[in-house]
Design a protein around this ligand. Sequence first.
Ligand SMILES: O=C(O)C(=O)C[C@]1(C(=O)O)C=C[C@@H](O)C=C1
Length: 317
Amino acid sequence: MMDAAPASPEETYSYLGPAGTFTEAALKQVPEAAGKHWRSVNNVGEALADVTSGRSIAAMIAIENSIEGGVSATQDALATVPGLRIIGEYLVPVNFVLVAREGTTLADVHVVNAHPVAYAQSRRWLERELPDHGHIPATSNVQAAASLFEGSQADAAVAPPGITEHLDLVVLAHDIGDNPNAVTRFVLVSRSHVLTEPTGADKTSLIIELPTDEPGSLLAMLEQFSTRGVNLSLLQSRPIGDALGRYRFVVDLDGHIADERVADALLGLRRTSPNVLFLGSYPRADRQEVSYHSKYDDEIFIEARDWLRGLLSGEPD
Ligand SMILES: O=C(O)C(=O)C[C@]1(C(=O)O)C=C[C@@H](O)C=C1
């Protein structure tokens, strides 16, 4: 299965590796990926480039952590790399251990290797137990640990609990994450433009730019959702990067683009925002059915449209 080349692009899934990362744990939740070739890559950009170049059918990437918030590298890549669609969402509980080479004790640890998102989630423990430690960033949690064998300056690494199944390391401390209930949300990204079927328990992801220097434009954007009874589960701003004070908004909403209330909100956004990027509608990881007021049912929108069409074609009302 994993890393057993050669494999056709249709049979290949890219993920942040090497084996043992939380990203790999997320990919294990995808039934269609079972038994296929899993290509280990070093960063989100490489994973998405695999998809856009046709090297892989899909890539699994981390998009949000319950402690650290949105993964900015992922949000920025999705905003700028054209032709991508999110086709699935997966949740992985994240928990960390501090590992070192055989013979190391906690008193020997002065420098720690860690993925930046993992480091941010273990910061309180590290500052308490190793107050003068230095930090070397790693491309993934497993790579942080692997680099202890590759001449790294670090004495220890922050890694997933299963790391000792892959590498010959000792655990210096268990459960060093600042929050035992931390969860990372992953998305499966494909270049397919085929929409996933609505399930009634869906999420839609958008990236929206606002008109520059227009007072109230953020409120106008939010009204597109509130007037159609559409609930948002994520609203985050990210700098566009071309000038100070210019932001784009990353939005996740409850519902599918095939739902009338969501489609109507999208039409409103398209009219009022200079740039709306549709990243996809896909089943929610928790499979929880989306609830909304009955006045936003599909039939209500369809009836209103039929009424207008009738008026335009001269039918009696
Ligand atoms: O390094 C890993 O194990 C990953 O899967 C990456 C990643 C991330 O990019 O956020 C995933 C989950 C954790 O929150 C920390 C790191």
